[in-house]
Structures are given as C-alpha cells and as structure tokens.
Write a protein that binds this ligand. Structure first.
Ligand code: URA
Length: 218
C-alpha cells in the first residue's frame, strides 16, 4: 500500500475524543468569528468559516479566503471558486454532498495601493487555525477529505505533504476517513499557457472523479 499518511494526533478525531460529535457547526462558526489565535484577524474583514451540508460525505479544504471571500464571508465565491464549481460539476459531485472550508480562516494580504495582494499563510498561522478544521472534521464526519494545495495538505496531515508525490490515490486519515490531495484551483488560474492549464485542469478533475467514485463505493 502506498503513502498511508496519518494525521499526527488521531486521538483528537477518534470516537473516544472529547470533541467527537459534541459540537455543532453554528456554534463553531460563532466562536470562530471571535478567534484571536493569530494576528490575521486584525486586518481581515471577518472570519470565513466553512459551509455546506452538516454531514456532507466530502470535506474540501482550501488554503485561506481570498479578497472576494473576505468581503462576502463565504469560502470559494471568487475566481478559484468558479474553477472549483466547474471541476465538481465535471466530476458529478453535487454541491449538497460537499462541505467547503479553508485551512486558515482569515484573509492574509499586503496592500499595494487599492489592491489587497494574497500572501501565503505560514506554518504558525496554519497551526493556530488548525483547531477549527479539527473541530469541523469531528462535527461533519465526512468519509473523505480533499486537501487542495500545499497549505491544505499541511493542515489536514499536520505536516508538510507534497502534492505531486501524494496525489492520485486515497490516503488513510483516521479510522473512518480517507483523504485525497490535489492542486489548489488558484494554481490552475496562475498557469502561464493554455496547454498546461488544460493538462493540469484535467488532472484536477480526474482527482475529483476519484473522490466521486470512492464515495459511490463507500
Ligand atoms: N482560495 C482558497 O483557498 N479559499 C477560498 O475560499 C478562496 C480562494
């Protein structure tokens, strides 16, 4: 069996965990709205918490909200969200089967004139925010977590988990939950030429199709 990556603290997710199934998403969202676990809340408009079906079989994890998401208060409503929606459609994964969240729940950026330029969250910010992902995970209890991009993979597995080496097959996350890693939809938008855009997008959809086929069997 290849790459059976494990989360570092499986107890936290296990059925014996104090958190297991005891919280609800509305309370978590409310608590996260006041999160001060790192400095990112100071410049962001608001916490962008996860959203979707309460017991969705798939949890999709992105990096952090972008400019549009920060203003709207919802994950994946900007350009990356459009790519994601298209990919989900092609993989025949209905939105009501999905819970979407981010590794980091505040927008990190630098100002350049009127523009707010996205900045990648660092390890201490990812760690500070991880409690929310962990609590979303035990509350939603998805059969499958899809980590999109390096930051999401670091959050989901609790350590740096390269996408290239780990994509294309299911990984063990907890006793009841598998994981898949794939690229982040924003990466597809940043590719310089049409040929690589098409090639990488196909590969992204094929990862999502693998998720869909696992869920059909599960
Ligand atoms: N990129 C992300 O990782 N998350 C969002 O919500 C939007 C863009």
């Amino acid at each position: 069996m290849r790459h059976a990556a494990r989360a570092p603290s499986p107890d936290l997710f296990g059925k014996e965990s104090l958190l297991f199934g005891k919280e609800n998403l509305a309370d978590l969202r409310e608590e996260a709205a006041h999160c001060r676990a790192c400095h990112l809340y100071k410049d962001a408009t608001q916490t962008v918490f996860g959203e979707g079906a309460v017991h969705a079989p798939i949890m999709l994890v992105g990096e952090q909200p972008g400019d549009k998401e920060d203003l709207a208060g919802q994950p994946f409503v900007g350009p990356a969200g459009q790519v994601l929606d298209r990919g989900l459609g092609e993989a025949k994964i209905p939105r009501n089967k999905v819970y979407i969240t981010n590794a980091v729940k505040h927008f990190k950026f630098v100002r350049r004139g009127k523009i707010r330029l996205h900045q990648k969250p660092n390890t201490s910010e990812i760690r500070a925010c991880r409690q929310w992902y962990e609590r979303e995970l035990v509350t939603v209890k998805p059969a499958l977590v899809v980590a999109m991009g390096a930051t999401a993979a670091q959050c989901v597995f609790g350590k740096i988990t390269p996408i290239g080496k780990n994509r294309g097959h299911l990984l063990d996350l907890t006793e009841d939950t598998k994981a898949l890693v794939t690229v982040h939809p924003s990466y597809l938008l940043r590719l310089p030429d049409q040929e690589s855009k098409e090639r990488e997008y196909k590969q992204f959809v094929s990862d999502l199709k693998l998720a869909a086929s696992y869920l059909r069997k599960a």
